[in-house]
Structure formats: structure tokens, C-alpha cells
Design a protein around this ligand. Structure first.
Ligand SMILES: Cc1cc2nc3c(=O)[nH]c(=O)nc-3n(C[C@H](O)[C@H](O)[C@H](O)COP(=O)(O)O)c2cc1C
Length: 266
């Protein structure tokens, strides 16, 4: 056998192998995409339930779907604080609206002025997707999407409030890239357990958010302790990011109008 022939055969085999591998990889990507999307949607639902204190430990996919059925997604016009029909964003159901995608769409969002952008999110959506839980016509829980920059990344999560639109039920993040053991402690159940019962606003004084993550531990004897959350140790910058994002979304450019409306019952 000549050298030339051997080289040609080697190249042909290598080429065929490349083609077969490409087909397998491309096929897997296409075949797995719907499964990935389904899992992502399920993870989001589990996080919404978790913020609302409705996620039972060990829940499987069916249980999560069944529990999520008690939660109604609604669209809110952030300027007016009113509910709007999903048709304003070209959807038939509020659940289908992708708020994070809308934040990149110039038709559905606008750039935030630097001084107002305390959460460092760059763009403000006109419409936000909230989730509400009602019991016999009474508002039980309001779950708000929140996002903002920490030290390394934008954290995306949910802040759940009681029907009084002030008392916190829970805060949790489903996506971030803060350092495990430092800023990543936002996921630590012990730290998350500090949030329930805290108040966002001192409504006797104003409707400007007062909640704050402080440096170190909160002195429980302080009269304003209900607005303060212990900081994450060694992660002051992530902690500050959490304060900023909660204050932004509870503030006048976030859900302030909506929450005021809920409290006044209109
Ligand atoms: C590798 C590395 C990763 C870090 N990750 C975080 C982080 O995720 N969040 C954070 O706030 N600080 C992080 N820090 C620490 C900050 O640089 C800064 O020192 C810290 O936020 C100050 O917090 P302290 O005053 O509580 O110590 C990290 C530092 C290093 C060296």
C-alpha cells in the first residue's frame, strides 16, 4: 500500500468521523432543547413557589405543577400600577410574557437614567409579570420579579409579600454568579430565613422603601429592626446589591404604584 493511499484513507475516515460526530452533537442539541426549556420553566415555578413559602421539600415535577396552579400570573403597567391585558404585549396569557426578553426590546423597555439605576439593570420594562395567590377572593401573596447587580453578576429572583403589600414572605434568587461561600450565600437557607416577617416600607412615614441589608448582624433591640436584614459576611458588595435591587423594585420606578394600589384596594 502506498503512503498516499494510506493518507487519503486516514483523511476520509477522519472526515466521516467528524461528520458523524457533528450530526450526533447537533441532533442532541435539537432533541434536548425542549427538555431543557421544560426544566428551566419548572425551575422558575419552583422558585416562585419557594419565595411564596409554598414549595414543599422533595416536590417532584407533578407536585410543582399542581401547586403552581394556585398562582395566577398577571401583567402590571409599572407606570400606572394597573393590571393590563396580555394582549398589550401580543400574548394571550400573562405566563407567556418573557419580561427579561422585553427588557432588551426597545418597544417594550427604555434605558434607565444612570442616577436612577440603583440596581444597575440598564433598562426598565413598561410591563412586569407578577404572580398573585388569592384565597376566597382575598389577596394572600404577591410575588414580584426582582433583579439587580451584585459584585460579579446580575441576580434574578423573586420577592414575595403578604396581602398587605408590605410584609415580606420570602426572597430568593434563581440565577446569579456571585462567589460560592461569599456572595453566593444569598442561597443559604439560614440567610433566606431572616427575610420573612420583615417590612419593606414604614408606611406611617412614607411609601419609599426602607428595607436594607446592613453590614454585620442587626441589633434586634433597635426599633427599626423590622426593616433591617443581616449582611452576608465577607460579601458586603453583594449585600449592598441586594439592598439596591429590593429598593429599586419596591420604589417609584418599580412596583411602588402597583403596591400602593393594592393597599388602597383600587
Ligand atoms: C475571589 C474573591 C471573590 C469574592 N466574591 C465576592 C462576592 O461574591 N461578593 C462580595 O460581596 N464580595 C466578594 N469578594 C470580597 C470583595 O472583594 C470585598 O472584599 C467584600 O465584598 C468586602 O466585604 P466585607 O467588608 O464584608 O469583608 C470576593 C473576594 C475575592 C478575593
Amino acid at each position: 500500500m502506498s503512503n498516499k493511499e494510506t493518507m487519503g484513507k486516514t483523511l476520509t475516515v477522519a472526515l466521516l468521523l467528524c461528520i458523524v460526530c457533528s450530526i450526533v452533537v447537533a441532533g442532541s442539541v435539537v432533541a434536548l432543547k425542549p427538555i431543557q426549556q421544560k426544566n428551566k420553566a419548572l425551575n422558575l415555578k419552583a422558585n416562585i413557589l419557594s419565595a411564596a413559602g409554598l414549595l414543599e421539600s422533595g416536590s417532584n415535577a407533578e407536585k410543582i405543577e399542581a401547586d403552581f396552579a394556585a398562582i395566577q400570573p398577571r401583567l402590571v403597567d409599572l407606570e400606572t400600577g394597573e393590571y393590563v391585558d396580555p394582549s398589550v404585549v401580543g400574548k394571550t396569557a400573562a405566563l407567556d410574557y418573557d419580561q427579561r426578553k422585553a427588557a432588551k426590546d426597545p418597544e417594550l423597555s427604555e434605558a434607565i437614567d444612570g442616577s436612577e439605576d440603583i440596581a444597575n439593570i440598564k433598562r426598565r420594562v413598561r410591563y412586569a409579570k407578577v404572580y398573585v395567590v388569592e384565597q376566597e377572593g382575598q389577596l394572600e401573596t404577591i410575588i414580584l420579579p426582582v433583579s439587580g447587580y451584585g459584585l460579579w453578576s446580575t441576580l434574578h429572583g423573586f420577592l414575595a409579600l403578604e396581602g398587605d403589600a408590605n410584609t415580606i414572605v420570602g426572597l430568593g434568587f434563581y440565577e446569579h454568579a456571585e462567589t460560592p461561600g461569599l456572595g453566593g450565600e444569598v442561597d443559604n437557607p439560614n440567610w433566606k430565613a431572616i427575610w420573612p416577617g420583615k417590612k419593606v416600607y414604614d408606611l406611617d412615614a412614607s411609601d419609599t422603601p426602607k428595607i436594607e441589608v446592613v453590614k454585620g448582624a442587626v441589633d434586634r433591640s433597635r426599633t427599626d429592626a423590622q426593616y433591617l436584614v443581616d449582611g452576608l459576611s465577607g460579601a458586603t458588595l453583594t449585600s449592598r446589591g441586594i439592598t439596591n435591587l429590593v429598593q429599586y423594585w419596591a420604589g417609584e420606578h418599580g412596583f411602588q404604584q402597583y403596591l400602593n394600589r393594592l393597599r388602597s384596594g383600587v
